[in-house]
Design a protein around this ligand. Sequence first.
Ligand code: MOS
Length: 696
Amino acid sequence: MSTGAVGRAHPRLEGREKVTGTARYAVEYPVDGVTYGWAVPAAVVRGRITRVDTDEALASPGVLAVLHHGNAPRIAPGPQPELWLLQEPAVNHRGQFVAVVVATSLEAAREGARLVRIDYDAAPHSTVLTDDHPGLYRPEHVNPSYPTDTAEGDFDAGYAAAPVRVDATYRTPAYHNNPMEPHATTARWHDGRLLVHDSTQGAAPVQTTLAELFGLPQESVRVIAEHVGGGFGSKGSAKAAVVLAALAARHVDRPVKLALTRQQLFGPIGYRTPSIQRVRLAADTDGRLTAVCHDAISQTSTVREFAEQIAVYTRSMYAAPHQRTTHRLVRLDVPTPFWMRAPGECPGAYALESAMDELAIAVGVDPVELRIRNDAQVDPDQGEPFTSRNLVACLREGAQRFGWAQRDPTPRARRDGRWLIGTGVAGSSYPARARPSSAAATARPDGTFLVRIDATDIGTGARTALWQVAADALGVPPERVEIRIGDSDLPVAPVAGGSMGTASWSWAVIRACEALRGKLRDGAPPGTEVSAEADTTDEVGGQPERPRYAYGAQFVEVRVDADTGEVRVNRMLGVFAAGRVVNPTTARSQLIGGMTMGLSMALHEEGLLDERYGDWVNHDLATYHITGCADVEAIEAYWLDERDDELNPAGVKGVGEIGIVGTAAAVANAVHHATGVRIRDLPIRLDKLVGVSGLA
Ligand code: MOS
């Protein structure tokens, strides 16, 4: 018996706490005797520390300790070498954390950090990705475990034989995640146990990592992440802040709060790799694809391989008899790249969906129609039918809502004074998967229920969505349900990542609630609490591997100043097919948030690396531009009423990432329509437009 909570708009349960400032984030918990840590970044790109002089820092008022490789507590090396911090004198990238100053106040710690003197033996470095870099190699697989290269049919023959061809190379720069809350931790040790409040997308993996590093049993580490101010992938595993805070707290034997600065988010925590992508498309004269090839080049670090799955998007998006995709990597003296919203799909879709626009023009077919003509109901990669694929429905509904039908395809056909007006479209897809999770449900004697799961709400509305799911699964009004998340003491659950949170967690919540109802039906002594737990490992693992994706269609209208080349986005409209939507309020926020981030990628964001210093020179929000509210004039997100019973008990596909996929291409395609200029390297800056075309 559903009470209809799922599908109903509901404000965030913690909304009042957040807007009144009472919601506590990782370093906002009051702690007796607390101290403050300040991380010190390496000033060379590659080399060794030869001397650390801490005298001046230690003499500074309030400074309690300076930790570095010579005196920090020892930790075990784990699967992420980046986390083996303060253990050895080697420096692998500029900005690597090489010391931590602990003091009685934040200001004293910062001042102490300024006074630490470190000498280095610097070695030559290589930090810039090029398509002819001598270090290019073929990784074993790409993230998370896809084949590196794929081939169907005979691309070269298919391409050579086709009457219409597109061959274009697209470039994206490094992108830096900038959640409002930086990576931040409060750490304290007590009787050999470690308690941390951490800003993370998953308490459980942080708990596991800390236990490994510090050689502790899992149950001796507790991680709490009650409220998290954004992550976008950058907090998808344990990161430097939590390790440094735990090391420092052990060293000074007092609680330590450590938050990275905004500047420190640019590099050491990871970033989206730059990419160089060659896309070749061939089609018949009706625009039906005959051959598709996507070759992607990106970078990783010298300490760990991170191979972004950039061309994977192309494997399943459009049908073509001849298809090839490849990935190549270079190990550079840079921080290891990491997750950023729709890793792989986001940069990959920029290239493929731009190339589809180029093909539409080459063949003279409307770009919406071109995508419809090349729809695939059987996955070209796996050769199996999708569980559900409503890309065409998204394109049709989007075209109708956007007013696409009246579009004159001629570039530069619309003008409003100085402004050239153009519209663009792109397709969008993102995998819809789930991971094993556990959860517990308790019936209390007073008629209320408690549902517990170590899910994380990174600002998405996960807490509220799971509360709605639990109410329906219990068959009671949501007001009678209390939900508790964000604590490794709760039943173990996967990270908020890969757009898999709601699917994975709700699966376990539903099963726990069902188990509880079963127990209650069997009868329980009056006045007692009754609890049930569920673990979905077998059920999730036993699922048939049918291809499953969410889809979307992105429509954008831009205006471009013919004199200055300035691009403004008049309106963006997305239609998505993402399974069941649990909470329209928070789902819409996810979708328009993703679209906004895509707009930011198209027009603003760009990590500019200076090879001489081996570092990004724009590393704050004054110089690394991010779309602000004034850049988003009108934005709308809609979704289809999609039912897909093969996915998971809640029928959800996830909405965290699909909104960013394709957006940048839709903007670039609209800019081309407005100006006749094709920008193949993001961001689309005014100097590129003015320089190329002499618009006026
Ligand atoms: Mo998201 S980049 O999968 O955390």
